[in-house]
Design a protein around this ligand. Structure first.
Ligand SMILES: Cc1ncc(COP(=O)(O)O)c(C=O)c1O
Length: 356
């Protein structure tokens, strides 16, 4: 029996995502900018890869996870075939459509206030506690998937996504990616760096996340964390699924292979998302838009004709109530590009950009 026959259709569709060139953007910046379309995995994100590996790393009939949404959606999908129950704890600052999708997939969801990881009510801590409690009751064996610390997440990107990208593009000069759990940038970045030491691996970090400082200055810290300036418990960005206040086990496995970091502001991500839709026909979510801003910045630092790769993490469909909602964007003190024909700052001064 071949592999395809013993995995579910969902599992068989995971991976082998296309790598596509952003042709308008590449022409504009004079370098080849490619995106790996992780949004085309069956669950709509690269989390399908990590979820499958992490699920296989633990046995039990009740799957419990703390997630900003995408990993939960992947896990809930994987639970379908074996009829396993899935419980997902979400922070309250994510697009509500993710919770709706989880519920449609039969997952039990709990939404908790956003909090620092040291707070026992952080969504990851709540999920861990729920799994412990379920095991104490003893009716079903519960597994806490633990995507931030479970290194099967790193392993799958190191063993599969990285080699897959390398097969698709051996002449890349830079790989640019944001970090949620860190599994993607650490796994792909480390694989590429070990394969070809001159590839630059660059982290993209949203406002308020401590990882930019970790890479640039060796200490995990964000200016927003200064006393009296902290607006929220976690970090101040509308980007979903990226940015962190700690170095996870997954990120730790690749952190030494990251060359530098770039801070991308929310407005730049909004502008880039609208620009990509208008000029490349790609409808992307917030983390992907940040990644492309980072890719352009890195591209412009490299010699002409260089090749830069970043990741499209998910599509706009998961973001219609926040990132792709004009009222929400205005409520965050940002501008809606359609109102004022904004061009992303990173390409504003490039000759010809206004004509596009
Ligand atoms: C929406 C979204 N943003 C960001 C990421 C990057 O996540 P991580 O660093 O956890 O690998 C992912 C991964 O699939 C994602 O789905």
């Amino acid at each position: 029996m071949n592999d395809i026959a013993i995995v579910s259709a969902y599992e068989a569709l995971i991976g082998n995502t296309p790598l596509v060139k952003l042709s308008t953007l590449s022409r504009l910046v004079g370098r080849s900018v490619y995106v790996k379309m992780e949004s085309l995995n069956p669950g709509g994100t690269g989390k399908d890869r990590a979820a499958l590996a992490m699920r296989r790393s633990k046995t039990g009939g009740l799957v419990v996870e703390g997630t900003s949404g995408s990993t939960g959606i992947a896990l809930a999908s994987l639970c379908q075939r074996r009829g396993h129950a899935c419980v997902v704890v979400l922070p309250d600052d994510q697009a509500s459509e993710k919770q709706r999708i989880l519920e449609a997939l039969g997952a039990e969801t709990y939404v908790v206030s956003n909090a620092a990881i040291a707070n026992p009510n952080h969504y990851v801590n709540v999920a861990r506690r729920l799994a412990v409690r379920a095991n104490e009751l003893g009716t079903v064996r519960a597994v806490f998937i633990d995507q931030f610390e479970n290194v099967s997440n790193f392993d799958t990107h190191y063993e599969q996504t990285g080699p897959e990208l390398w097969r698709q593009c051996k002449n890349l000069d830079a790989f640019v990616m944001s970090s949620g759990t860190g599994g993607t940038i650490a796994g792909i970045g480390r694989f590429l760096k070990e394969k070809h030491v001159s590839v630059k691996v660059v982290l993209v970090d949203p406002p308020g996340s401590a990882l930019y400082h970790k890479i640039q200055h060796g200490v995990a810290f964000a200016n927003q964390q200064r006393e009296r300036e902290l607006k929220r418990h976690r970090y101040d960005t509308l980007a979903e699924g990226i940015g962190l206040d700690r170095v996870t086990n997954n990120l730790a496995l690749g952190v030494d292979f990251i060359d530098s970091a770039i801070r991308v502001m929310d407005q730049e991500a909004v502008d880039m998302a609208h620009w990509l839709l208008a000029n490349e026909g790609l409808w992307v979510g917030s983390s992907s838009a940040m990644n492309v801003v980072g890719a352009v910045r890195v591209a412009l630092q490299l010699p002409s004709k260089s090749t830069i790769v970043t990741i499209i993490c998910d599509a706009g469909q998961r973001h219609v109530t926040r990132f792709w909602n004009r009222d929400f964007i205005l409520s965050r003190g940002l501008e809606w590009p359609g109102d004022c024909e904004r061009i992303p700052g990173c390409i504003q001064n490039i000759e010809g950009s206004a004509a596009l």
